[in-house]
Design a protein around this ligand. Sequence first.
Ligand code: FE2
Ligand code: FE2
Length: 495
Amino acid sequence: MEKIRKILEIGKELSTQTNISYLLEDILSVSRELTNADAGSIYMKKDDKLYFEIIQNDTLKIYMGGRNKKIEWPPLSIYSNGKENTHMVAVLSAIKQKSFNIPDVYENKQFDFSGTKKFDASTGYRSKSMLVIPLINHKQETIGVLQLINKKEGKKIIPFNKDDEEITLSLSSQAAVSITKQKLIEELQNFIESFINVIAKAVDEKSKYTGNHIQKVTILADIFSHAINEDSEYFKDVTYDKNFLKQIKIAALLHDIGKITTDPRVMDKATKLEATIDRIDIISERVEILKRDMILEGDEKSISQLEEDFKFLKEVNIGGEFLGDDKITRIDKIKSKYRYKLGDEEVSILRDEEAEMLKIRRGTLSQKEREHIQRHALMTLEMLSSMPFPNEYKEITHIASNHHEKLNCKGYPRNLCAKDLTLEDRMLAICDIFEALTASDRPYKKPKKLSEVFKIMQFMVKDNEIDEKLFNFFLNKKIWKKYTSYLKPEQIDID
Ligand SMILES: [Fe+2]
Ligand SMILES: [Fe+2]
């Protein structure tokens, strides 16, 4: 009765344990308990080798693998010099998928037990009875071997009997199914996570300036979420389990996946007139034509004014500072003032769309271009929403897609408000902003010092764009310190 209860118990454990190594440890423990074996081991098969996974010996008090220390012993080779190593009982059991019940290994002539004897000599142990069972999965492949040693009856060591064989066999076939299932899950998870990493790297590669943005946001999100988890002051009620932390990391890796659809010329636009080339160079050529005309007409005194005006256009093109009304008026004046002959027509040195671009008040992007860039957040949302994430990944989509939303409802793509945004959504938004503000890989901008970055973010808190508590935690608990290796030394002007 007790045995049946144990078998049922391990059956339950087999279906819930997700750590393969722990699973193997429990299988060996229960097998030994049910058969009264003093010792035992489990090998797992990989690339034509049998690797020691678990070793247990009650008499010698040796417990290795599983929850105990890792086993460093060398594996058994299934082949040597192209031939099967059939003189080793574990190998033969794996190859032939056969069980072996040996009453006394010292008297057995079929197999080579020199390794066992060497172990005995060094420890004073005496290996005697042995039961060797192959672990076979649902595809009839050998995945490992289970070995039980020295069945006890009081102080005596006796051979394993038919019952022991049957119990161990039924246990091992259940175990093989669970191990295979768990391996399949792990392999699939590994595949998905590697795939996500590849996509994230590809998006990072698209822009020559914002190079490692996604990688760095992911590092920051990982630091931030672990800090929240460990904090007992600001977020004492928040605890993340391992899976939630993983989802935050994956969400960070995927947050800009929508940039796959963004035109890289717009993404990296360094000046207002940059298209495939910077059109300021074309304007410069027109200025030269105009200068030549001025010389021909004897109007040389206008040249210095033209040069002055062109210098102004070049400055405005960089988009370094906010453009006031006076400068907008000056661009219009330049447009109507400087004209030259092109065929039969007289044209301005500034085309309509060039003038419009130069009149961009902040940054280098036109409204249309800004909308194009912002579309990536909508694309992230649409792409992730169309993916059938399993239940344990259900937080990823909203954390990844809401990184440009603001508490004051003025963000994008959905104009969500504070009530719609979870703590993790808000956290990733802060990571995204902090990385963008501290990034030093944009050649046309000097990296900002931390004091400036925090000042800007403080304004964002004031304008109800980002979460105040998270920001204060990040700043006051100095979470950012764990990220300083990604900053330039000259940026770190606070401590
Ligand atoms: Fe983004
Ligand atoms: Fe981003």
